[in-house]
Design a protein around this ligand. Structure first.
Ligand code: C2E
Ligand code: MG
Ligand code: MG
Length: 631
């Protein structure tokens, strides 16, 4: 006798799940559509299962064609479920995003074949038949199992191939668990066909994916019925290359300050009112929220984003009023057209956030437009960030050396260490392209230390001083200079290599000299340990000779722009300045010496050292050693 005591609770659980699922906003992406499809198909299967089983038991009191039809509906739904279970797994794994070809749709043919056979069974009894003695399994009944095994095996293969792309471990193994539960379900059905347990296993599998992927709360902002930034990323990722519409960024000016002034409760109320306004004014748009008063609105292609922004501007001119809130808010706007560009969701997100930062800082409230160039810049910056990370982690930051020539002897007496990175094609990336990114990225300390350490290692390897080379300059970013433990860290490295700290001159720029007290404290701390300082790029920042007097610089490097200006139009300013430096006890280096004439001019006005392409461009440490350090 059939037992459907398992099917009814399964149906109740499914109903509950559908209720929760529909009570919250859902993101329109294929994974969620596939989930909805499973819920609907599974509901049909269970209902058809209960009805057809009941009809099979009571076939004597029912017209045969009704029994026949109910069984047919059940088998059709049963085959549809097989395809939908695989469809879900492949949507989560984004298989068809990676393999776009229509060719892959042939995978649904077995399901269609099963459906056809079920319909034909009405007359020919392939899968089942109904006669005066009731229900009988047909000769092709086992097609059921074959097709399920086929889809579950395809799902498993896809998991093996693409499972690694799922971001979280929980997701990777959750999907495997889903497939395994379904396999167990079909096995149990095969062994105990009269107990309707397969539905229970399907519900278990559905619950697993609900808990791991489909809970709508995952995509919702804590504060209310609005999607969060991971929903935004998934939506963009899914539509990558297909999405033709535009994205609008809205940023509430001075959000944090206003939150302090109005209080959290009123501000939250304000955000809800803004969300509601956007949702009702632009019903076809998807709205997302990303911290600190930033909204992202994805508009379909037939929306004119400028008109949307105009309407928003208009609304923001009046106050946001509700029973518990009365706020005056102003906002900045960003319009981004993704067009056909195939860019990762991360890039879209970064570009949009950068754009919103820009819109936030604009006092004139102009709309910021994001075009192809902004994408290219961000893609390039992302690539450079990757190179910085790779260089630091693999100890592959390169150090080039450029000679410093004494005007007295005409010989190379020192060098400047200049960092370089190598890109994936083996090309050299100059520091102008990565130093400020490393500074913003928080990696400049590690990068600078690697350059410093490699310089120390070079000094040790070539037993310097000696062979004419008296010191090597290393550039220090203001961020490095501001570290209070700088002296200890550098001393540790110096000691590791047994190098004389006087061999390393640290170049700082005027950007490091903002805080007088700290500057003097830090310089003293370092000079006490034996390090020497050079002031780099003199003449490009805010120069104050009085302050310089108090600082123990060994050397002042005149920036190449100042050198070139003087060379083009000589005057008395530079020679006077150099005289003053020398009276203060500083030696002077001229940068950017490109030919003999410039060298002579600089020598003539009192420079002690010269650096520039006239002598050599920066070269690798090995080239430098071969060229200048062979006795
Ligand atoms: P800088 O310290 O002023 O270094 C001198 C720059 O001028 C170098 O550019 C050098 O190649 C270039 N140069 C030298 N002679 C000539 C010349 O005759 N003509 C012209 N046109 N250019 C000349 P580079 O190597 O591209 O470095 C640029 C800047 O990047 C450096 O300017 C320095 O501020 C920074 N930098 C380089 N390496 C590091 C590092 O390891 N750490 C930090 N914080 N900054 C670094
Ligand atoms: Mg320098
Ligand atoms: Mg310089």
């Amino acid at each position: 006798m059939w037992n459907f005591s398992f099917a009814i609770p399964s149906l109740l659980i499914l109903g509950l799940l559908l209720l929760v699922y529909f009570s919250l906003p859902r993101l329109r992406i294929s994974m969620n559509r596939a989930f909805l499809y499973i819920l609907v198909v599974e509901s049909c299967v269970i209902i058809a299962d209960i009805l057809s089983t009941w009809a099979d038991i009571n076939y004597t009191s029912l017209p045969l064609f009704v029994v026949n039809l109910l069984n047919c509906v059940y088998f059709v739904a049963f085959f549809m479920r097989a395809g939908s279970l695989m469809f879900y797994a492949t949507s989560v794994l984004r298989v068809f995003k990676y393999r776009k070809s229509r060719y892959y749709q042939v995978v649904y043919l077995p399901m269609l074949f099963g459906i056809l056979m079920s319909i034909l069974s009405l007359k020919f009894g392939f899968i089942y038949s109904i006669d005066e003695k009731g229900y009988h399994s047909g000769p092709w009944y086992n097609l059921l199992y074959i097709i399920y095994w086929f889809y579950l095996t395809v799902s498993l293969i896809c998991w093996v191939l693409y499972g690694g792309k799922l971001r979280r471990k929980r997701e990777r193994y959750g999907l495997l668990l889903y497939i395994m539960i379904l396999m167990a379900g079909i096995l149990i059905r095969y062994m105990f066909p009269k107990i309707l347990l397969m539905d229970t296993f399907c519900i278990m599998a559905i619950l697993v994916v609900y808990l791991i992927f489909e809970n709508p709360e995952f995509y919702l902002e804590r504060r209310g019925n609005i999607f969060n930034s991971s929903a935004f990323s998934d939506f963009i990722e899914e539509n990558n290359g297909k999405f033709q519409g535009s994205v609008i960024g809205i940023v509430i000016h001075n959000y944090n300050e206003l939150r302090d002034v109005y209080g959290g409760k009123q501000m939250d109320e304000g955000l809800t009112m803004i969300t509601r306004f956007i949702a009702t004014s632009f019903p076809d748009c998807n709205i997302f929220y990303h911290r600190r008063g930033r909204f992202m609105v994805i508009c379909p292609v037939d929306y004119d984003p400028d008109r949307v922004v105009d309407k928003l501007k208009e609304r923001f001119r009046s106050t946001w009023k509700s029973e518990s809130a009365d706020l005056y808010l102003s906002a900045g706007y960003v319009i981004m057209n993704i067009g056909e560009a195939v860019v990762s969701a991360d890039t879209v997100f970064t570009v949009l956030i950068n754009g919103m930062d820009e819109a936030d800082s604009e006092s004139n409230h102009e709309t910021v437009y994001i075009d192809k160039k902004s994408f290219e810049r961000t893609i390039k910056e992302t690539e450079i960030k990757r190179l910085i990370d790779h260089g630091i982690e693999n100890n592959e930051v390169q150090v080039f050396l450029q000679p410093l020539v004494s005007t007295r002897t005409g010989r190379v007496v020192g060098a400047e260490a200049l960092s370089r990175l190598c890109d994936s094609g083996g090309s050299i990336v100059p520091p102008g392209a990565f130093i400020d990114i490393a500074e913003r990225n928080g990696r400049i300390n590690e990068l600078g230390e690697q350059v410093f350490e490699k310089t120390c290692s070079f000094i040790k390897e070539h037993s310097l001083p000696g062979k004419g080379l008296e010191w090597i300059n290393v550039n220090l970013s203001p961020i490095q200079f501001l570290r209070s433990d700088l002296a200890d860290r550098f001393s540790e490295i110096i000691e590791k290599y047994g190098v004389d700290p006087g061999m390393v001159h640290l170049e700082i720029t005027e950007a490091s000299m903002i805080d007088d007290t700290f500057l003097q404290k830090q310089m003293t701390r370092m000079t006490d340990k034996g390090f020497k300082f050079a002031l780099d790029d003199y003449g490009t920042g805010y120069s104050n000779l009085n302050r310089l007097k108090k600082c123990p610089f060994a050397n002042v490097k005149i920036d190449m722009s100042v050198v070139w200006d003087y060379y083009k139009e000589p005057d008395e300013i530079l020679p006077t300045m150099i005289k003053a430096f020398k009276q203060m006890g500083f030696e002077v280096t001229a940068e950017g010496i490109e030919d003999e004439k410039m060298a002579n001019a600089m020598k003539h006005i009192g420079c002690d050292y010269l650096q520039g392409y006239c002598y050599s461009r920066p070269i690798t440490m090995n080239e430098f050693a071969d060229k200048y350090l062979n006795d």
